[in-house]
Design a protein around this ligand. Structure first.
Ligand code: 28F
Length: 688
């Protein structure tokens, strides 16, 4: 590691040129004690701004809790953490460039020309520098309370100490106060004291060079040059005031491949340029995109956006907060949707199109919309294990206010383009209503007006040979199932709470029960003697409940319902149980899902090799699963396993007796049944 090469080339950071509304420079923190050295921007910090919480042992024990797993996405999260910290320096106006360099053997280096991580002794650990405290303790970079940063993405994640813990080796160089400092770490532990490597004239900033630990990510885990390239480029689009330089050893990229060995990213046009790249070659409804950037005064955040509409394909919305991607959307996207719909509605009224526009919904406006939105706010709140969704409520108001006002002007200034957008949205609404009407008609057989339960998410196909109904418990599981399903052939009916036990219910209780009524309505059949298989609206009925005892109970109540009310449905083999996973197992880049403890034990023996730790995480319920996981493990016809509920002819009576004893209204019979079998019961399964 050269110590006098051009490590931090370029003079002291200038305020980002060109970016007409760079976020405000970090305010002077009140509490900071004056330190004597450094150029402007350096004296406004001292070590006691760092809140020290705990050591790094827990990180290596359960990395999944800190970086969401140990697969390839988690590996690249290490890069994101380091890059985010450099970006924070740039967004705060103290760095003008960031250098990203990938060397063979998965050595990754990120360098910025910011103020340099502070190196003065930490007041609570006089023997440790602030740098060492930041590198070796969790959450040691309390960026907001020190006032050193106005907005930060860097603490969106877990901090650079997590990267340190999960790296076989990590080297930090800091050029600060005309001195060059160096310290190395191995798996989070310093391998020496902070070294002063002498005077450096007109160089400043931080360099972090690290190598991920194969003990954590597995021997086959490698950085993907393409992924690193895209992550670095994306950051440059999100903040026009920084230049990001990409370098990758030529041996790691194909000479004519899509990823060059060297590139410089600087996009003063910001999201407008980014969107233009994303929609290159696609037909758009309006000639020009609608884009802008507004900086609210007094540090109350900033919004940048770029929006266009694609003529004949679905669009997308990519959103960011403090340069952090929010793939699961959130409050900023909600504000964008509101702004676009309301401004278009207002414009429709102004040009006498309000009646035509009255049926247009947010979905109609957003279908075909290709949008990028990037906001900067203080102390954002993210949701979810991967913190991939923004929850900050002020973001909705911020975005809606800014974008609606700007869109009002854009529409008024471009009446021809506005008319095209109005027509486009109205056509989408009319098409949606046509599709809905067709579906309703298709489902109404002559002479029978079919009313469907409101919470049924129906499928578009109406041929029972290919359609299936998933009965799920609760709205959150229902939400995941609706996102995971194939909308053409898979319908979802969420039930709220336990279903009525029909084996012990009186006739009028049965008749008056909403859930039972909804179930029969959704199926298109009547219960009892009036049941006709020809009326069934789906070919398969799949009970998909949580893989726990509660879920098993609800499944048994449902099976009891079908057995009592529509036995033919079972006899003709139409009733199934879905098998959602109970565990997710990961070892490096390998992932597997286990149905239960027995399946988990089998996988640990057969699927995972001896090397490397297997991360086990337990799903608390379907609602906690990502739609993609639910689809892959439980709903996708090509990958799922279904249990068919069936009763052999010769077992009909025995089955009827068991159902009566277990579910009937004589609790003593139930108690006796369980007592007789208690010795078979185990934590895993109870054979009934
Ligand atoms: C290659 C990755 O990590 N760059 C960084 C700084 C600068 C300061 C800083 C970082 C903890 C609580 C403040 C310096 N002088 N690149 C990087 N550059 N961290 S990380 O401070 C961390 C303290 O808040 C810095 C004055 N203020 C802040």
């Amino acid at each position: 590691m050269a110590s006098n090469g051009d490590l931090f080339g370029g003079g002291p950071a200038r305020k980002p040129g060109g970016a007409k509304s760079a976020p405000p420079a970090a305010p002077k923190p009140k509490a900071a004690a004056k330190s004597t050295r450094g150029t402007p921007g350096e004296e406004d910090y001292n070590a006691d701004s760092i809140e020290v919480l705990e050591g790094l042992e827990p990180v290596r024990r359960r990395p999944g809790l800190y970086i969401g797993g140990t697969d390839e996405t988690a590996l690249h999260h290490l890069f994101a953490e380091v890059l985010d910290n450099a970006m924070d320096e740039a967004v705060a106006g103290h760095a003008t460039w960031i250098d990203v360099s990938l060397e063979p053997g998965d050595w990754l280096t990120v360098t910025d020309n910011g103020r340099g991580i502070p190196v003065d002794p930490h007041p609570k650990f006089p023997k440790k520098s602030a740098l060492e405290v930041i590198m070796t303790t969790l959450h040691a970079g309390g960026k907001f309370d020190s006032g050193a940063y106005q907005t930060s993405g860097g603490l969106h994640g877990v901090g650079v100490s997590v990267v340190n813990a999960l790296a076989t080796r990590l080297e930090v160089e800091v050029a600060r106060g005309q001195q060059l400092y160096f310290q190395a770490f191995e798996r989070g532990k310093p391998v020496g004291k902070l070294e002063n490597r002498g005077k450096v004239a007109n160089r400043r900033g931080t360099r972090v060079r690290f190598h991920p630990d194969a003990q954590i990510f597995g021997p086959d885990a490698h950085f993907s040059p393409a992924r690193l390239f895209r992550m670095a480029r994306s950051k440059a689009y999100l903040f026009g005031g920084v230049e990001i330089r990409w370098r990758c050893d030529p041996s790691l990229v194909k000479a004519d491949g899509p990823i060059p060995a060297e590139a410089v990213f600087r996009f003063p046009g910001g999201l407008r340029d980014y969107l233009a790249t994303d929609v290159e070659g696609k037909d758009t409804v309006a000639e020009t995109s609608f884009s802008g950037k507004v900086e609210k005064p007094g540090g109350h955040g900033s919004v940048e956006w770029a929006v266009t509409w694609l003529a004949d394909e679905d669009g997308f919305v990519h959103s960011y907060c403090n340069t952090i991607p929010t793939p699961d959307g959130g409050t900023h996207e909600a504000g964008l949707r509101l702004a676009l719909l309301r401004a278009l509605k207002d414009h429709a009224e102004r040009v006498g199109q309000s009646r035509r526009f009255s049926s247009v919904s947010t979905d109609d406006v957003m279908s075909g919309c290709a949008a990028l939105i990037s906001i900067f706010v203080r102390e954002p709140e993210f949701q979810g294990q991967n913190k991939s969704r923004l929850m900050s409520s002020e973001a909705t108001r911020l975005v809606e206010g800014v974008v609606r006002d700007a869109f009002d002007h854009w529409l008024a200034d471009s009446p021809t383009q506005a008319a095209k957008l109005i027509d486009f949205a109205v056509e989408r609404a009319e098409e949606r209503l046509r599709r809905k009407a067709e579906k309703d008609v298709a489902r109404k057989t002559p002479g029978r007006k079919l009313r469907l339960p409101g919470k049924l998410a129906d499928c578009s196909s109406n041929s029972p040979s290919e359609t299936e109904l998933f009965i799920v418990e609760g709205d959150s599981a229902g939400g995941s199932a609706k996102q995971a399903r194939d909308r053409a052939t898979q319908a979802v009916l969420p039930l709220r709470g336990k279903i009525l036990n029909v084996a012990s219910a009186t006739r009028d209780k049965l008749a008056g029960n909403q859930q039972i009524g909804d179930l029969l309505l959704a199926l298109g059949v009547s219960g009892g003697a009036a049941y006709k298989e020809a009326d069934l609206r789906y070919g398969k009925i799949i009970i998909m409940t949580d893989a726990d005892v509660d879920g098993a109970h609800i499944a048994s109540l449902l099976i009891t319902f079908f057995w009592r009310q529509t036995p033919r449905l079972i006899e003709t083999g139409r009733l199934y149980l879905a098998l959602p996973p109970l565990y997710k197992l990961t070892q490096g880049a390998k992932t597997a899902y286990a149905r239960d403890d027995r399946h988990k034990a089998e996988l640990m023996k057969s699927f995972f090799t001896g090397k490397g730790k297997v991360e086990v995480s337990r799903f608390k319920g379907l609602g906690e699963m990502l739609p993609a996981q639910l689809k892959e493990t439980t709903m996708d016809r090509r990958k799922r396993i279904l249990l068919r509920v069936s009763v052999a002819e010769e077992d009909r009576q025995a089955t009827a007796d068991s159902v009566e004893r277990l579910m009937g209204n004589k609790p003593e019979a139930r108690f006796a049944f369980i007592q007789e079998r208690a010795q078979f019961a185990s934590a895993e399964t109870l054979d009934i």
